[in-house]
Design a protein around this ligand. Structure first.
Ligand code: ZN
Length: 312
């Protein structure tokens, strides 16, 4: 099958022709322009798809399938229900796109798509069930069951970032309190560190940020913990504790074959994995039974293109 995967992001739209094994044969991108009318945006995406096909030696009519991964949710008929970054609300994306290229189209959430990519061509390849957790500015997740994305009966499932850990916790952007995302996203780690350095400025976190709390990022906090800075160590321990509980919740509830971590924070690598592997087991119900391995995603930013193509 000749397929193109399209990774729709807030700053850019990447796409590629992908073979059946998940290898990217050609890659093109265009900037995201949310100020344009949606018909114009779709026309530009279609033009780019034609260029992407040509770069892989394919004519537009030879393309069988185009899949889209979006930072939002879509209905099975190809209507984007909600995609805030693109300002798409109830947009018939598949229908609009077919005016330019008459191909089979599927659309799914970007975390679901990344989960699928890893299970087809990445670290969870060969598993029949997996849960992918992406830790970046927010927390996204995707569930794969029997090799297929499970996004729920209504397409709104798999939102691990908004599972509630603390009844009276921090107010989340979703309107609830105490969501996982409020404690374990990169933004959360930054916010918590900025609050902490205001009370305790004598820390490597602040000196590594040039003395400016606004320069603190997740990497600075994690690196300071690695260097045994006392404040960073305590913030990181609490961070790991929250994330470990979330992972244990996933295991206790779904018992997947493997759990995969991706997103910016996962670049902390073994420092993150080793701490989490120790921590999450504490909250497991059946500790004497086999537990799913916790691994890092391997496809990086290409996961969006590969997974979208694999929606076929
Ligand atoms: Zn929330």
């Amino acid at each position: 099958m000749k397929r193109i995967g399209v990774d729709v992001g807030g700053t850019g739209i990447q796409m590629g022709v992908v073979d059946d094994a998940g290898n990217i044969l050609s890659k093109e991108s265009i900037p995201t322009q949310i100020s344009l009318p949606v018909e114009e945006q779709v026309a530009q995406i279609a033009d780019c798809a034609v260029r992407t096909a040509a770069a892989a030696g394919l004519k537009p009519q030879e393309i069988d399938f185009i899949g889209f991964g979006i930072p939002g949710i879509a209905a099975p008929d190809g209507t984007v229900i909600k995609c805030t970054n693109m300002n798409w609300h109830y947009i018939p994306l598949a229908e609009l796109f077919r005016k330019h290229l008459n191909v089979r189209i599927a659309i799914d959430n970007d975390a679901n798509v990344a989960a699928l990519a890893e299970s087809v061509a990445g670290v969870s390849k060969g598993s029949s069930s997996s849960v992918f957790i992406t830790i970046g500015t927010g927390i996204g997740s995707g569930i794969i069951i029997n090799g297929r994305i499970w996004s729920g009966a209504h397409g709104i499932g798999g939102e691990l970032g908004h599972t509630i850990l603390s009844l009276d916790g921090d107010l989340c952007t979703c309107g609830n309190r105490g969501c996982l995302e409020r404690y374990c996203s990169a933004n959360a780690l930054i916010r918590i560190a900025r609050e902490a350095v205001a009370k305790k400025p004598d820390t490597l976190i602040l000196s590594a940020a040039g003395g400016k709390p606004e320069n603190i990022n997740a990497r600075i906090v994690i690196d300071a913990a690695r260097e045994n800075d006392p404040l960073a160590v305590s913030l990181y321990a609490r961070y790991i504790s929250y994330l470990g509980q979330a992972i244990a919740n996933v295991v206790n509830f779904l018992d997947p074959e493997i759990i995969v971590l991706g997103g910016g924070v996962s670049k902390a690598g073994a420092f993150l994995l080793d701490a989490l592997r120790k921590e999450y087991v504490r909250y497991i119900l059946y500790k004497d039974q086999p537990l799913p391995p916790l691994e890092l995603a391997v496809l990086g930013p290409d996961a969006g293109i590969i997974g979208a193509a694999m929606l076929a």
